[in-house]
Design a protein. Structure first.
Length: 78
């Protein structure tokens, strides 16, 4: 859809009036961070049976798959 002169004028007026920086910062996208540094996504292959068991346990414990996997890794590393 083409941008109209009216849209450009409205955007310019909004910019000239100033933006609320705090409001803009609150509009983050994506998943929330887990720490000060970005997290890395790691792919993991599971059989359908393993995935079903993981999901069942997650449901019983009211946790996510990721939470269970991180807890298992932490317990294994301890």
């Amino acid at each position: 859809m083409p941008v109209t002169e009216e849209q450009i004028a409205a955007w310019a007026a909004e910019a000239e009036a100033g933006y609320d920086i705090d409001a803009l910062k609150k509009r983050g996208r994506g998943r929330p961070g887990r720490g000060a540094e970005p997290s890395q996504v790691v792919a993991l292959r599971l059989t359908s049976e393993e995935l079903a068991e993981l999901d069942a346990l997650a449901g019983r414990l009211h946790k996510t798959r990721s939470e269970l996997i991180r807890a298992a890794l932490a317990a294994y590393a301890a």
